[in-house]
Design a protein around this ligand. Structure first.
Ligand SMILES: Cc1cc2nc3c(=O)[nH]c(=O)nc-3n(C[C@H](O)[C@H](O)[C@H](O)COP(=O)(O)O)c2cc1C
Length: 229
């Protein structure tokens, strides 16, 4: 598939036709994604392909609390888990999370509740011993560090697209980080970057909703003239 077309049309896919994705296929995706860039070319990524039923269910269970919190925050008109936000409003909104869980149980649930049934589940980790992060000493968690692993994760999804697979990069499990670490058995110097769900799409969106360049690119300063064509 032509690169420009792939970049403009690779949507998040959360519904699959149920057909399995075999290890050889996953190997081939990773064999392409491994050419992604990383700081100092350290290639600090690690991937755990989660096949075991109990582990898959545990991953789903680690995903769900964050998902219900996400729904409750959205419902309250907040940007869920925004780094800069009104924490008091968040706290108030989060009291609705259990109602969200209840509603999902009644409706049979969707992607989140059935995460364990997704054809392929990949936990992508970053080995912090190989992550060169220029903001390491800023006194907060590194923001830059993720840039050494998320391009790799996105390359998995682009490679998947190329062979007709679809999927989605998810980070919801980070609300239950300790549980995920226990599931995949990782040392403290590994960071859980994301869980990628993959499968053969039951449908593909034909166009993506994204802001035009003029809405996010400016000249010289952030409030400068918009970059126009
Ligand atoms: C850093 C990051 C975290 C994400 N986390 C989740 C997630 O936890 N669950 C989920 O269903 N989708 C997740 N997504 C997928 C986004 O919701 C999706 O890319 C976005 O809504 C655009 O969707 P579209 O490409 O179908 O338009 C995440 C995407 C990124 C880049």
């Amino acid at each position: 598939m032509e690169l420009r077309e792939a970049l403009r049309t690779t949507a998040a896919i959360r519904e699959f036709d149920g057909a399995p994705v075999d290890r050889t296929t996953i190997y081939d995706l990773l064999d392409t994604a491994r050419f992604a860039p990383s700081g100092g070319n350290r290639q600090c990524w690690r991937v755990v392909v989660v096949e075991d039923t109990a582990k898959r269910r545990a991953l789903r269970d680690a995903y769900l609390p964050g998902w219900y919190e996400y729904l409750a925050l959205s419902r309250a008109g907040l940007v869920p888990f925004a780094v800069v936000t009104d924490r008091d409003k968040e706290r108030a909104a989060l009291t609705d999370a259990s109602a969200m869980a209840e509603r999902a149980r009644e409706s049979g649930g969707g992607f989140a509740e059935h995460l364990d049934e997704v054809p392929a589940l990949l936990v992508v980790l970053a080995d912090l011993r190989g992550v060169a992060a220029m903001d390491r000493d800023d006194g907060t968690k590194t923001f830059v560090g993720g840039a050494s692993v998320y391009p790799f994760a996105w390359s998995i999804l682009l490679a998947a697209r190329d062979v007709g697979l679809g999927g989605v990069l998810t980070t919801m499990v980070r609300r239950r980080d300790a549980e995920v670490r226990a599931i995949v058995g990782c040392e403290p110097y590994f960071e859980v970057a994301c869980v990628i769900a993959l499968g053969w799409p039951s449908a593909r969106p034909t166009s993506l909703t994204r802001g035009a360049v003029e809405t996010f690119a400016t000249i010289d300063t952030l409030d400068g003239a918009p970059l126009v064509h």
